[in-house]
Design a protein around this ligand. Sequence first.
Ligand code: ARG
Ligand code: ZN
Length: 870
Amino acid sequence: NTVYLKDYKLPEYLIDSTKLHFELQPKGTLVKSQLKVRRNPAAGAGLPPLLLDGVELELLSVSIDGQLVPASRYQEIPAGLSIEVEKPEFELEICNRISPENNTSLEGLYLSNGMYCTQCEAEGFRKITYYPDRPDVMSKFTTTIVAPRQYPVLLSNGNEIERGATEDGRHFVTWEDPFAKPAYLFALVAGDLQRVEDSYTTASGRQVTLQIYTEAKNIGKCAHAMRSLKKAMRWDEEVYGREYDLDIFMIVAVDHFNMGAMENKGLNIFNSACVLASPETATDATFQRIEAIVAHEYFHNWSGNRVTCRDWFQLSLKEGFTVFRDAEFSADMNSRAVKRIEDVSLLRTQQFAEDAGPMAHPVRPDSYMEISNFYTLTVYEKGAEVVRMIHTLLGAEGFRKGSDLYFDRHDGQAVTCEDFVKAMEDANGVDLTQFRRWYSQAGTPVLDVTDSYDEASGSYTLTVRQSCPPTPGQKEKLPFHIPLALGLLSAEGKDLPLDEAGNTQLVLPVTEAEQTFHFSGFAEKPLPSLLRGFSAPVKVRYDYSSEQLLFLMRNDSDAFNRWDAGQRLAFAALGQLQKDYRNGKTLQLQPELVEAYRSVLRNRDLDPALVAKMLALPSEQTLAEEAERIDAEAIIEARKFARHALAEALKEDLLESYRRLHKDKPYSPEAADIAERSLKNTCLDYLCATEDADALLLAQQQFDKAANMTDCAAALAALVNYGNETDVDKSLETFYERWKVDTQVVELWFSLQSGSARWGTLERVQTLMAHPAFELKNPNKVRAVIGAFANRNFAQFHRTDGSGFEFVAQQVIALDKLNPQIAARLVIPLTRWKKYSSALGEKMRQSLESVMQSGKLSADLYEVVSKSLQ
Ligand code: ARG
Ligand code: ZN
């Protein structure tokens, strides 16, 4: 059954207050809920039955205004409960029982390592009690938790208002959240937890208590998250004028979690992997991810909680906007260009692939079977690009006026993407009518750009054609409003003035299928720098020569485009290598590419983190996304050859850089230090690609002596990819013995092996699944072993006999019985079979078919598999 946006109806009943009472038991938790129900005057006349959502609940009793309701006046239906209504306002009391211990879906109330926790977004609250589980029903929650003393910490949203003992020796705490909220923002935690505490003074001088809760053994890993939280709180005040609104803000780390984290009001719940870090156990990438996710969830307090979504089709209203906010925060805290490169790389590989695949959908989808499947790169990442384009069109000040109006106008409401765009328009007196197509049309637009220069008049003309491939359910697309940021370079590599005012960069409004832009006053033909900063989520085609790309790599004043020019050059080279490989020719790397990389490596004026990015060849996944038809073998061989050839040619320079950057200094997650480590470890990895004994010795030494996990893991990865087999096995074992007490490091250890083309052979991955530290019920472990194999181990996953696909299909089938959300994610690499060369594509389709035929699938998995087989 499919839900459609066009069928949206106002809720028939409103819930003015929600009083919850929990008595926690692993197998039989009692839930009592008291609701002040009122007929929604806006929804029409009469008193239709009250429909409450409920899934896997054991109903115990229903009372209205203190009277037990006879069973004849309510009915348990597949979706929940239907109750006859006699008056427009009444108090409803429902008692039901649930079993947190048997809840492996990690949705609703469940147990993780002996601690109770909840995950309600999107539709998990209905697994706790009967309720109108939709975001446009907002209610004030009061929550009482009763539990045995072995759970000393009892948390929920808002402020603690009471605590005490029960007669039978248990204890209770009552929490009250003064802000009306939808049920998806409800949270409860109970466990034997330790906490670190800090405080924050808001711009207006209010004191806020900040707490991070974890198991005792992880208490030393909270400092970075706390620092990040305080930075995020300050940033939101400075950049958006948004202050925190409760007296306490809590974060809890949980080991079993389907996603990264969740923004429950006043009580954010995090996947342990996205909050806990110490220099000895976490890599730089993890430190940066934690900073971003802590900020993301905190920012939701305004973009998501104070102003929430009317329905789940509007998910990008809060997610696209909040991802944009956290990306800007990270850019301000670290290197802006590097952050942009990382985000665009993700978009280009994963989101573009989604846009081109069977599950393609607009930023605001029109329909879904299972909403969990729409927490996608399109809704999140492309949604953030859409908000960024509004920012680009309005400028920082205009955007701030728009966001002020949006928060002011809609505080306390559940609204739509349309309301967001309208606020931006109204605050700036602009018309974004055509721009709205970004919300309704799926697919990645393509810009074909050509240019001409007239010597006699000195004028330069740019012609832009836009098109967008068809996507499921959308054959024809109307032109998008695309902000195309442009610079023009002189032969000296300087930015030329583009208009009377002397601006050297303009944002061209591309709104038609074909459009020309005229510029004048040039003594020679300028070189265009197109889509600077990746000003729109599109593909740009322009016939650059290698010389022009090399020139842009050296001279473009836009750091992003400098990197992008290098990527284009590498793409062309790798494309040629793939062709040569298929035709059985001897492979040879273009000398220009080698020299370009050499001069990047020698350029001391560039941020080392940017140098590291510029030295990285496009990933196999990126090459696959760009290919018309995926020839996995050619991609693998071409890339492997190019890496090796670059490493051989640049050996001296790489070694020089490695030595210069390999410093013995205490770890800090500051951007400058991260930058140096990233370049150093990039050099190390290239050096090891030569498989020279000296290089491998460097890696071994770094592994043996490393004082932080970034250096340790980078060295181990290089050894795993290039080292001698017996030595590597020894290092892997040493590593495991040293770190087996630490869950997160064990996950890293798993993924290093599963994700390695060389080490993560299918047979080895199967052995890892039998390892005592592996747990199919833990999504982080599943992602570390099976996910890393399917998404990062390009060679093994694409084994020509199809055994890589079969393996993943089998795991998907097994997982679907435990955790449908995770099964539906894991199957995605199998869904793009149409893009593969026929033999491999057919094997992939067959494994997908075997999932379909395996029995009754969850709604989550069924939606993805059935749509992909069509
Ligand atoms: N709102 C959370 C976040 O992005 C994610 C919740 C994911 N829930 C889900 N069912 N997929 O911050
Ligand atoms: Zn979010």
